[in-house]
Design a protein around this ligand. Structure first.
Ligand SMILES: Nc1ncnc2c1ncn2[C@@H]1O[C@H](COP(=O)(O)OP(=O)(O)O)[C@@H](O)[C@H]1O
Ligand SMILES: [Mg+2]
Length: 384
């Protein structure tokens, strides 16, 4: 039996390329199914219920939303990425870009609706694509945003849409964020036939937008938390990839890697990708490969780790190291305080709060975790 497997593997191309994908959206067969969440999103399309997805970075929100629209077949995604948005002009450009992506057939209509923004049509000879820009220095009043929603309504009549507003919390970066949120909310509520899906990775901000009674978006969407992928299915999914490349990996080794990556799919795939790089066709993967894979990630990321450390006081560093070694469930416990060599719980809390501010750790379900799990592994590996 084993021989047969080897024989069939040997027919595969030897240097088949690394099958692990991380740092970008995964779709179709690269998407390990999330049946529960896909079902909730499908229901949202049927009922018109707006949804807000909350989950850490690299957990798989964008991939899930895009895959859910793709599964419906009949609907088209209008995907607006709000990551690092700087101004209302920026917001308009991103909507324009998103509309432009779905079908160039709407280009003239889009320009008509966007005429309030006095757009300049651009042409990129390299890509052969037409684009849109605003005159430099042009200031746009938030009320003009309603033109966009009128256009969405028209498009939706011809081509049913699902609107995805990704990294929605970044809208809070705008100077006029309260005004913008109020306008967006009032426009969106008139488009009750179009499902709006918001995603966010900054917990406090998303809670503030959807759960705070003062916010215009209060209770305007059903919130779902996106957690790790179903473990068994994800392990099979990863194992199949190793197998195609002639590598055998035990469930226990894989499980160890998933735990070390805090079960964040993007990090797990990054780890697996490194494991692939340090191993050969027809090999059985062992602890030594796993260690080599970590070394490989460390050497790529060392500058990032060093820049984290530069910003820390001695007490903050000790708290960080205690988080790496003891874990972040009970930071006020004697064990933790002793490890961190901090006498008062309040001092320890302050140090950990600073680590959150610096976006080195985050808090989830009363546990403090590393945003980059490989940084934690590096601290453990370094041993001080
Ligand atoms: N369903 C999935 N199946 C397999 N890998 C996934 C899945 N969802 C996320 N990933 C992994 O996580 C990475 C980041 O996914 P992404 O959707 O961009 O996350 P987010 O939007 O939450 O930051 C992907 O490149 C992939 O490595
Ligand atoms: Mg995303």
């Amino acid at each position: 039996m084993k021989k047969d497997k080897k024989a069939s593997n040997s027919r595969l191309p030897h240097a088949s390329s690394n099958p692990f994908i991380y740092g970008k959206v995964v779709r179709e067969e690269e998407f390990c199914p999330r049946p529960q969440e896909l079902k909730a999103l499908k229901n949202s399309i049927l009922s018109g219920q707006n949804m807000a997805l909350l989950g850490e970075r690299r957990i798989g929100k964008t991939s899930l939303l895009k895959e859910a629209v793709r599964n419906t077949k009949r609907h088209t995604e209008l995907y607006v990425d709000l990551m690092q948005i700087k101004s209302i002009e920026d917001l308009i450009k991103r909507f324009f870009h998103a509309i432009h992506q779905i079908d160039t057939g709407f280009f003239d209509k889009t320009l008509k609706f966007f005429s309030v923004f006095k757009p300049v049509v651009t042409f990129d000879p390299a890509s052969g694509k037409t684009g849109f820009s605003l005159s430099p220095g042009q200031k746009i009043a938030p009320e003009s945003l309603s033109a966009i929603f009128k256009l969405l309504k028209e498009i939706h009549q011809k081509k049913p849409l699902v609107v995805i507003l990704d990294e929605f919390q970044d809208i809070l970066h705008l100077d006029c964020s309260s005004e913008c949120l109020a306008i967006l909310r009032s426009e969106i509520q008139f488009l009750e036939k179009i499902p709006f899906w918001y995603s966010g990775s900054v917990r406090e901000s998303i809670h503030g937008i959807f759960l705070s009674p003062d916010s215009p978006f209060y209770k305007s969407a059903q919130m779902i938390e996106i957690g790790p992928l179903p473990e068994e299915a994800f392990m099979k999914f990863l194992q199949a990839k190793f197998e195609v490349g002639g590598r055998t990996v035990s469930s226990s080794l894989l499980k160890e890697m998933i735990v070390a990556s805090s079960s964040v799919p993007g990090d797990v795939q990054e780890y697996c990708s490194a494991l692939w790089e340090v191993s050969d066709f027809n090999s059985t993967l062992e602890q030594s490969h796993r260690e080599a894979a970590l070394e490989c990630i460390f050497s790529r990321e060392i500058k990032e780790y060093e820049s984290y450390l530069l910003n820390l006081s001695s007490m903050q560093y000790r708290a960080l190291y205690a988080l790496a070694t003891v874990g972040g469930i009970a930071i006020q416990s004697q064990v933790f305080l002793q490890k961190a060599e901090i006498s008062l719980p309040a001092g320890c809390q302050k140090a950990v709060d600073r680590l959150i501010e610096l976006r080195i750790v985050y808090r989830h379900n009363k546990e403090y975790k590393f945003i980059n799990p490989f940084f934690r592994q590096w601290l453990l590996h370094r041993g001080y």
